[in-house]
Design a protein. Structure first.
Lengths: 297, 297
């Protein structure tokens, strides 16, 4: 399941709880579009803002709605104890894989993080994807540490945070990591603006935010790149530049995608957990104009 | 309660739970030393690693053991919803104040953070201290934002993360913030290495990590500074330089203080929640040597 397009849906919610209907419809839309896998409760799915019970419930909904499409969920939490409980819940709910970010409050050392993955991988029975996202976890992996963790049992993929913009540098970055990890471990690009470059540089999978809301748009880029049509993938990604610019302008993809989901009527407004909020005012109009013009679907 | 020495004890714990006996003894020791207030469940008290039920229980233990010494606890959480619940729990348990850090996973904007404080301060009945700690929350306050938040009802103190090393620069930094906040709001220094400089520069309170384990040592510095004996405060702080160096060497104060607590027999080992760990090996011997030589108490 760690190849192709892995689509990360939002978990629409408000202060009263998760909007289960809207979440289920988002997942069904991904299934209809034939994404390769679904990454529920990723950072885009606001896993960090939900209780254990809520995460278990959302996982069950995702697995039910996904049918034959494999579901992965994040089991990230500050404590190893809680990560193990979340892994248990997720496996009971029938996920096909687990996604583990080294979430931090106190700064973590490389040894802390290695021990976390060592403990968790020894206690699970489904594949695990290493979630490298310094923007939210505030932990910076070295390639050497990735190499050590990738040799642990059950590790099957690494979700990296983007690649350099220049194709040759992107290729060099992916090759450098590839040389340090076993053959059965795939490398997945995240940071949607980098996806085409990453896939063209040899990443096997795109862990995709826009894929969770606009799966056809994301699938077109993925299929082009993975069938060897690097130019077409780059062209399609280039055509979405106004969207990537909005991600930068609004401090990341989440608020933009949540705003887009609200504007398109996929979710009610608000859809994010306070203190997070979607974009309002003129920024919201900017997003509305962009998603219409780009014909995202 | 927002003046003098506010001592932040560890919450000793392991994978099975909180060591309630050890925690209570730490609090009793602070009462015996006559600290001015107790900041239970601060970052040093690992609040972020505990469940709501555990936090409520530790708060009750702190209030019971503290007697007449006022207790403040952190109500930090990623979601506004959970912060409000934690505030309710803490007030029911009898705390005299609440400490609120803007904890983040997704990056927060100044408006998100202002709204968080606006909502929380409108829903509490005890004073609140604003917890500015970018090292753990990854949110950077501007002084302008501090000024806006300090004018909200129930805000009575701001815990700032250190001051510049040079006394005149420290004074300028404290004066700049002071000019933007109401008179009834005190400024408290944290980052133990900066405490003497901060108090000498006009901070009214030291939110202290070592005060939670070695209250007499911290009280001597506090009393000297607040009675106008700036030189003596600086001299006492200077004599602890090997300890400040260990905080830097081991990426912050928590692991060093937890190691010291284990070494002195205040807590069992391990005392931190995995994946956090105290210092082992030669680093542990270094810490043992330092705390003996410095005669911390």
């Amino acid at each position: 399941m760690f190849t192709g397009l892995s689509a990360f849906p939002l978990t629409p919610m408000n202060e009263q709880g998760v909007d289960e209907g809207a979440f289920t419809r988002l997942v069904e839309q991904l299934v209809a579009a034939k994404v390769d896998s679904i990454g529920a409760l990723g950072s885009t799915g606001s896993y960090a803002y939900l209780s254990r019970i809520e995460r278990s419930r959302v996982t069950q909904l995702a697995v039910e709605a996904a049918g034959n499409v494999p579901v992965m969920v994040s089991i990230g939490s500050l404590r190893t104890r809680d990560v193990l409980l979340l892994a248990e819940d997720a496996q009971k709910a029938g996920v096909k894989a687990l996604l583990l970010p080294p979430v931090s409050y106190q700064k973590l050392s490389a040894e802390d993080v290695f021990s976390l993955y060592e403990t968790v991988t020894a206690n699970i029975s489904v594949p695990l994807c290493v979630y490298d996202n310094p923007g939210t976890t505030h932990f910076e992996f070295t390639d050497e540490l990735h190499g050590r963790i990738a040799r642990l049992p059950n590790v099957h993929s690494i979700k990296i945070p983007g690649v350099p913009e220049a194709p040759d540098q992107a290729r060099a970055r992916v090759d450098r990591l590839r040389a340090l990890i076993p053959e059965h471990v795939t490398i997945g690009v995240s940071g949607d603006a980098f996806a085409a470059t990453g896939l063209n540089a040899g990443c096997e999978v795109w862990y995709s935010v826009i894929g969770g809301l606009f799966p056809k748009t994301a699938l077109a880029i993925t299929r082009a790149a993975l069938s060897g049509n690097a130019e077409e993938a780059a062209r399609l990604s280039e055509s979405l530049k106004p969207l990537w610019a909005l991600f930068t302008q609004f401090g990341g993809s989440l608020r933009v995608v949540a705003t887009a989901a609200e504007l398109r009527g996929f979710t009610h407004s608000p859809s994010l957990p306070l203190p997070l909020r979607a974009i309002s005012g003129s920024g919201r109009q900017q997003i509305a104009a962009a998603i219409d013009e780009l014909e995202l679907s």
